[in-house]
Design a protein around this ligand. Structure first.
Ligand code: PMP
Length: 361
């Protein structure tokens, strides 16, 4: 006799799994700034918007399953073969596909902690076990400790460069030493969501690193520098077996035609978009230097955010920002991540930071 009134049996891997918590949007009244999700503060370029609207005219049709036009454009832009590319629903979607393709119950996935909050979620959903390696005192990946953490069960290692939420990126020599220590059957995912904001010449381009390393995959996105977070399009650059696995683990038709076409238009408009990035990088430098001048210890950020380690004062600082019209991202008991945006917003943060330290001096 069929059971009635019960709930469907759910996988034990989901027990205790918290849902992803997005950056808060802030109060709806007055002039407020959302600096809680590392978004690009600038709206789409008119030409990109026109392309998106034109694509919307065919919403009765499924999108191109293979994202062929976008992949062709990316292949040319990055100088990689088309079969080394896979597109997905944001780089977080591609990250989940990579875990699904490599790890399951009994396996281990290594990543630094604190790092991008989606890693523990996608690992837990897969049934694999997370191995978290604490950051160094300088808020950087502890690559020697991560190499020590590799076991026979390791299937994937996330490297987040620049690291969300702390900011530092991996430098060439340390990264290459680390990669030399990783067994060739373990996939290393170099998450470069903030690639375009990097200015440290010692930080290598992941696309150069992956070329002669079949176990390295680079993750990129249109959400940050290209300002298309709302459209959900990211991609991986990987050797053909990994790229093929990504085609198998993709949700069919997950990337809309609007997203594909807007991404192509953004690549074609990249000079204008990278000018905006340049101004955000200049603001990052200004904000970091002003904070240091105020007396804050600020790790070197190569991304579009800065990290303030506040410990027990985290919630208090976030509330002060909120009261000033700025929503930031608190990590309870650890610190606050503040997206670098337009100067007016950054100035509000600097004013809160100065007053905050002043009161505690
Ligand atoms: N990787 C990192 C390090 C991120 O910070 C983010 C966005 N917060 C992502 C990936 C995901 O971005 P998206 O899914 O929008 O491409």
């Amino acid at each position: 006799e069929p059971a009635t009134g019960g709930s469907p049996r759910l996988r034990a891997a989901l027990d205790g799994l918290p849902a992803y918590v997005p950056g808060r949007a802030g109060a709806a009244t007055g002039r407020t700034f959302k600096l809680s999700s590392n978004e690009n503060p600038y709206p789409p370029l008119p030409g990109v918007l026109e392309t998106a609207v034109a694509a919307a005219g065919a919403l009765n049709r499924y999108p191109d399953l293979a994202s062929s036009a976008l992949i062709a454009e990316l292949a040319e832009h990055l100088a990689v073969p088309a079969d080394h590319l896979a597109v997905g629903t944001g780089s977080v979607g591609v990250a989940q596909q990579l875990v699904q393709a490599t790890a399951g119950p009994g396996d281990e996935v290594i990543y630094a902690w604190r790092s991008f909050e989606a890693y523990p979620i996608v690992v837990q959903i897969s049934g694999a076990r997370s191995v978290r390696v604490p950051l160094t005192a300088d808020e950087e990946h502890d690559l020697p400790a991560m190499a020590e953490a590799i076991s026979d069960r390791t299937r994937l290692i996330f490297l987040c460069s620049p690291n969300n939420p702390t900011g530092p990126a991996l430098r060439r020599d340390a990264l290459l030493d680390f990669l030399d220590r990783v067994p060739s059957d373990v996939l290393v995912v170099l998450d470069e969501a903030y690639r375009e904001f990097i200015r440290d010449p010692e930080v290598p381009d992941g696309v150069e690193i992956y070329r002669d390393r079949p176990n390295v995959c680079v993750l990129r996105t249109f959400s940050k520098a290209y300002g298309l977070a709302g459209l959900r399009v990211g991609y991986a650059v990987a050797h053909p077996p990994v790229a093929a696995a990504l085609r198998k683990t993709a949700v069919p038709f997950g990337v809309s035609q609007i997203a594909q076409d807007a991404a192509i238009a953004s690549l074609r408009a990249r000079d204008a978009l990278l000018e905006r990035v340049e101004s955000l990088v200049a603001e990052r430098t200004r904000v970091a230097e002003a904070l240091r001048a105020q007396g804050w210890k600020v790790a070197d950020s190569q991304a579009n955010f800065v990290w303030l380690r506040l410990g027990e004062a985290t919630a208090d600082f976030a509330a002060r920002c909120e009261a000033s019209g700025v929503t930031v991202r608190p990590f309870a008991g650890e610190g606050v991540r503040v997206t670098v945006a337009e100067p007016e917003a950054n100035d509000l943060v600097l004013a809160v930071a100065e007053q905050f330290l002043g009161e505690r001096a």
